[in-house]
Design a protein around this ligand. Structure first.
Ligand SMILES: CC(C)(COP(=O)(O)OP(=O)(O)OC[C@H]1O[C@@H](n2cnc3c(N)ncnc32)[C@H](O)[C@@H]1OP(=O)(O)O)[C@@H](O)C(=O)NCCC(=O)NCCS
Length: 176
């Protein structure tokens, strides 16, 4: 069992992200295999997950998002992103996306550590307001509430689980 203190959170630039594509893809594929509603539907292969992070690398290089990874030694066990590209009248806004922790590394504070660093890095980019949405009733909803996010409300049937079942979404915001 790995304590959160042994986890190192790193912000990845485009080159390092591309070097970690397989490791990041493994985390995403594991989460989707575990039934997480994070944009993707079954069947979802490692190659699909790799292609997703390859696309994120281009966005990171363009300054449109930032991406963090949680390392246990040199093993990637989790990741989170902050979307930074919004219309000109929302230069202060960011959005948390793709908070993912491998099932083998959960319940050790990895997500909490990723979120703390995401808020910090968003602030460095000039973001003062963060928003996110998450599946209603999933563990992430408890996490965000515990971390001081304000719950806006629930949108019924907003998205689908990977197996096609609909799920409700809860919207949160936090000033950082
Ligand atoms: C949601 C998710 C990111 C949480 O990751 P995590 O690393 O397990 O989160 P944490 O460890 O910070 O917190 C999870 C729980 O472990 C507990 N915990 C934290 N450190 C602990 C420790 N050292 N010992 C025991 N329990 C601990 C927390 O209190 C929390 O408890 P709760 O579920 O009762 O609220 C993870 O479940 C996941 O990847 N889910 C699939 C993808 C997903 O839904 N992402 C959210 C998209 S918005």
């Amino acid at each position: 069992m790995v304590a959160a203190e042994q986890i190192e959170i790193r912000r990845l630039d485009g080159d390092v992200l591309r070097a970690q594509l397989d490791a990041l893809a493994a985390v995403l594929a594991d989460c989707v295999a575990g039934g997480a509603s994070v944009s993707y539907m079954e069947p979802f292969s490692h190659a699909d997950a790799r292609a997703a992070f390859d696309g994120f690398a281009s966005e990171v290089e363009a300054g449109r998002r930032l991406l963090l990874a949680a390392f246990d030694g040199e093993t990637v066990v989790g990741t989170v992103q902050v979307l930074l590209a919004f219309p000109p009248n929302q230069p202060h806004r960011g959005e948390i996306a793709k908070l993912l922790v491998h099932r083998s590394a959960r319940k050790r504070g990895v997500a909490q550590a990723l979120m703390a660093r995401a808020e910090q890095e968003a602030g460095v980019e000039g973001t003062t307001l963060l928003v996110l949405d998450t599946v209603t009733g999933d563990p992430a909803e408890r996490l965000y509430t515990r971390l001081g996010w304000t719950r806006v409300g629930v949108i019924p049937g907003y998205a689908l689980y990977p197996d096609g079942r609909p799920c409700d979404t809860t919207v949160f915001w936090k000033a950082v």
